[in-house]
Ligand binder design. Structure first.
Ligand code: NAD
Length: 259
C-alpha cells in the first residue's frame, strides 16, 4: 500500500497499459481517476476495479484544453489534491512517409504530445500551489516508447510524438525540480494491447518483433504498470528527468535473435 492516501489521474486508463496502471495504483492504495475518450470502456473499468468509489471515471479528450481543465477540477472535487499524474493516452497511425496526410500527422501529435503538455501544465500548476500550501510534491509520469529513439519507417508521426514526449519529460523535470515535483517517462517496447494488435496483426509482424527482442516475448501491461507504481512512489524519490525503458532488451542490446 505504498501509495495510500494519494490521488492519481491516469489518462487513457480505460484499456491496455493505462488500465493496468489504474489497477496497480489502486492496489497500492491510491484513489484513481480514470480519464478516457471511450465512455463505455472507462465506466466498465472503474466499476471493475473498485466498487467503493475509490476508482472513478471521467470521459474526456485529453488533447482538448477545456476537457483538461474540467477533468482536473472534477478530480480535485472528487478526491482532493492530485499527487500523481500519468499521461498515458496515445494513438498510432501507420503509413509510409510519402503517403502521410497532414491531418493524420496533426492528430497523432495532438493526442500523444500536446495532451501531455496540456495535462502536465494544468496538473503541475495545481501541484506547485499544493507545495506552496505545505503539502508533499507530486509526481508526473509520461508514457513514451522505444520509438522515441528507434526509427520505424511506417510510424512517422508516432515516433516524432514519442521523441517529443521524452524531451518534454526532461524540460518539465527541469522546470519543476525547484518545487520538488519529479517528472519521468516510461519507454515500453512491444506490449500486448489493442494498440499493438492494430499494428502487428499478422504472424510475420509478430515474428519481426520477437526477432529483435532478446527476452523473446511480448510484454504484459502489468510489466509497465509496476514501473509506474515505482516511479510514483517514494522509492524513486531521487529519480527525475529519466525515461525508463522496458522492452525485453531491444533498445539497449540492439540485437537480432533467431525465432
Ligand atoms: P490502447 O490503444 O490499448 O489504449 C489507449 C487508450 O487511450 C484507449 O483507452 C483510448 O481510448 C485512450 N485514448 C486515445 N485517445 C484519447 C484521447 N484523445 N483522450 C483520452 N483518451 C484517449 O494503447 P496502449 O497500447 O495501452 O498504449 C498506451 C500508451 O502506451 C500509449 O501512449 C502508447 O503510445 C504507449 N506505448 C504502447 C506500446 C505497446 O506496445 N502497446 C509500446 C510503447 C508505448
Amino acid at each position: 500500500m505504498r501509495l495510500e492516501g494519494k490521488t492519481a489521474i491516469v489518462t487513457g486508463g480505460a484499456k491496455g497499459i493505462g488500465l493496468a496502471i489504474c489497477r496497480r495504483l489502486a492496489a497500492d492504495g491510491a484513489r484513481v481517476m480514470i480519464v478516457d475518450i471511450d465512455e463505455a470502456a472507462g465506466s466498465a473499468a472503474a466499476e471493475s476495479l473498485a466498487a467503493d468509489g475509490s476508482v472513478r471515471f471521467i470521459a474526456a479528450d485529453v488533447s482538448e484544453r477545456l476537457d483538461v481543465h474540467n477533468l482536473v477540477a472534477r478530480t480535485i472535487d472528487a478526491f482532493g489534491p492530485i499527487s500523481i499524474l500519468v499521461n498515458n493516452a496515445g494513438i498510432v497511425h501507420a503509413a509510409d512517409f510519402l503517403d502521410i496526410e497532414e491531418a493524420d500527422f496533426d492528430r497523432v501529435l495532438k493526442v500523444n504530445l500536446k495532451s501531455a503538455f496540456l495535462c502536465g501544465q494544468a496538473v503541475a500548476r495545481h501541484m506547485v500551489a499544493q507545495v506552496g500550501a505545505g503539502n508533499k510534491p507530486g509526481v508526473i509520469i509520461n508514457m513514451s516508447s522505444i520509438n522515441d529513439t528507434f526509427a520505424i519507417a511506417n510510424q512517422v508521426p508516432y515516433s516524432v510524438s514519442k521523441g517529443g514526449v521524452s524531451q518534454l519529460t526532461k524540460v518539465m523535470a527541469l522546470s519543476l525540480a525547484t518545487h520538488g515535483i519529479r517528472v519521468n517517462a516510461i519507454g515500453p517496447g512491444s506490449i500486448m494491447t489493442d494498440m499493438l494488435a492494430s499494428i502487428a496483426h499478422n504472424k510475420e509482424a509478430k515474428t519481426r518483433i520477437l526477432s529483435r527482442t532478446p527476452l523473446g516475448r511480448i510484454g504484459d501491461p502489468s510489466e509497465i504498470a509496476s514501473i509506474a507504481s515505482f516511479l510514483a512512489s517514494d522509492d524513486a524519490s531521487y529519480i527525475t528527468g529519466q525515461t525508463i525503458y522496458a522492452d525485453g532488451g531491444r533498445l539497449p542490446l540492439n540485437y537480432t535473435v533467431p525465432v
